[in-house]
Design a protein around this ligand. Structure first.
Ligand code: 5AD
Length: 462
């Protein structure tokens, strides 16, 4: 009666939250399983950023609710952003839900499940849905547990919760609340603990990471709290690589640009959401920067780190986006030459300021604009990857590849996936790899140890 399956939708923060819930459940004596069918309890950790994400989770819940007919003891819960966004209105459509848990209450899940099971074991009427969608001071500090039984070569670390930006299209301020920052000491202690268990790379997570500590931690010699945190993390012995996601262009000041030149563990990769290349649309999105400023940040980053990899998020078909606006986005997208990008069709989110604007770009036009950008992306990704063929890259090996015997997966400094034949003993090491082939998304190569490429050394021996 205590096998739990957690299914996660959406972003890295959701993945991190699910991981923390899984650890807390294990600590309470629950068994967390990877197989939905064998579970007695299914928890969906949901996303609300686009309608499609919500529809997927609602469909899944409806489907799972059928299991309750055969097995009345089966427990079904919805956690996270959609729970927070839709609240108890969800119960009108999904009356079979046992649990509805908001984004500041993940740490209460074990106790709530205990309570449900106790009530189910007692005689009497079926318990009502347990609901907790309240705000909770200090909840940002509860996402810090990592699974101890498995080594995580690369780990996510949540440094803050919430967002104060209020972009007009975005539901996140509603689902995640206002910004709350974790203590620097607590973040560093978490990373030290991870490193002591074999972690070599961390990705610092927050909705707007470069807002970290704003108005709570003082600037020091022009250095923002976020860069102060990066400095401290950079000094952690045994840690090899630092990444973070996502920063906002607004706070991408000189101190952060310069950090790429002086913090040796900070990897040359930035995910910098652009959203639109049209100043008129950016204004309507309430994104406080211009295309010129975005290009300036890119130029500054490339001046400090010529090899830097860049990825971004773009929304096509925002209300009122004209052909001319879209061409501005397309041209800027082409000009920057991103290594990777997520391109989204605008999805109206009820309660956001943009929902008051008319969603007037027809679906076919959104589709067509989406395709144009994907085509440019395909070309620029392949071009950027092809330029790496023949080079030697330092690859942090994370573990066996999903497919291919003897193949291991790792990432280069620019965050590209790399497949390489290797030895399990090298997992967790940064190894030199000669890149020999590429697709749009993935590089392949072979180890070159002690200055000799392993495949040619093999040939010599033969
Ligand atoms: N419609 C489409 N895409 C959206 N995003 C956020 N809100 C919406 C919306 N209403 C995209 C943005 C953001 C990414 C996580 O999701 O590009 O950066």
């Amino acid at each position: 009666m205590n096998r739990v399956y957690i299914k996660t939708y959406g972003c890295q923060m959701n993945e991190r939250d699910s991981e923390a819930v899984a650890v807390q459940l294990r600590d309470r004596g629950y068994t967390v399983v990877d197989d939905e069918k064998s579970a007695d309890i299914v928890l969906l950790n949901t996303c609300a950023v686009r309608d499609q994400a919500e529809q997927k989770a609602i469909g899944k819940t409806g489907h799972l609710a059928k299991r309750k007919r055969d097995n009345p003891d089966f427990i079904l819960g919805i956690m996270g952003c959609m729970a927070q966004n839709r609240g108890t209105e969800l119960l009108d459509r999904l009356p079979d839900l046992d649990l509805l848990v908001g984004t500041q209450k993940f740490h209460r899940v074990p106790e709530m499940l205990d309570q449900l099971i106790r009530r189910e074991n007692a005689l009497g009427p079926r318990p009502n849905t347990l609901v907790d969608l309240e705000e909770e001071a200090g909840s940002e500090e509860t996402i810090r547990e990592h699974s101890g039984d498995q080594r995580q070569v690369s780990a996510y670390v949540s440094i803050m919760q919430g967002c104060n930006m209020h972009c007009t299209f975005c539901i996140v301020p509603k689902t995640r609340g206002a910004e709350r920052y974790r203590e620097m000491d607590s973040i560093c202690a978490e990373i030290e603990e991870l490193v002591s268990r074999g972690t070599r790379e961390v990705t610092l997570l927050g909705q707007i990471v470069n807002s970290y500590g704003m108005r709570r931690i003082a600037y020091r010699n022009g250095i923002s709290p976020f860069v102060q945190l990066l400095e401290r993390v950079n000094a952690i012995e045994g840690l090899e690589r630092i990444r973070f996601t996502s920063p906002h262009p607004r706070g991408f000041q000189k101190d952060l640009v310069e950090a790429y030149g002086r913090l040796e563990k900070l990897m040359p990769y930035v995910h910098l959401p652009l959203q639109s290349g049209s100043d008129r649309v950016l204004k309507r999105m309430r994104r406080p920067y211009t295309r010129r400023r975005f290009l300036e940040i890119v130029a500054q980053l490339r001046a400090v780190q010529p090899e830097i990899s860049l990825s971004t998020d773009i929304i096509v078909g925002f209300p009122g986006e004209t052909e001319e606006d879209f061409h501005a986005t397309r041209d800027l997208f082409e000009e920057v030459g991103f290594d990777m990008a997520f391109i989204f069709k605008y999805s109206e989110r009820s309660g956001t300021p943009a929902a008051e604007m008319e969603d007037d770009v027809p679906a076919e036009v959104k589709d067509a604009r989406n395709k144009v950008l994907l085509e440019i992306l395909g070309r620029s990704s392949l071009e950027r990857n092809t330029a790496l063929i023949g080079t030697e890259q330092s690859i942090l090996l994370e573990g066996p590849a999903r497919k291919g015997e003897g193949l291991f997966m790792g990432r280069n400094p620019g965050n590209r996936k790399v497949l390489v034949p290797a030895n399990p003993r090298l997992v967790g090491e940064c190894v030199p790899v000669r890149i020999t082939e590429t697709t749009v998304t993935t590089l392949s190569g072979h180890l070159c140890l002690a200055g000799v490429d392993e495949s040619s050394a093999g040939m010599l021996a033969r």
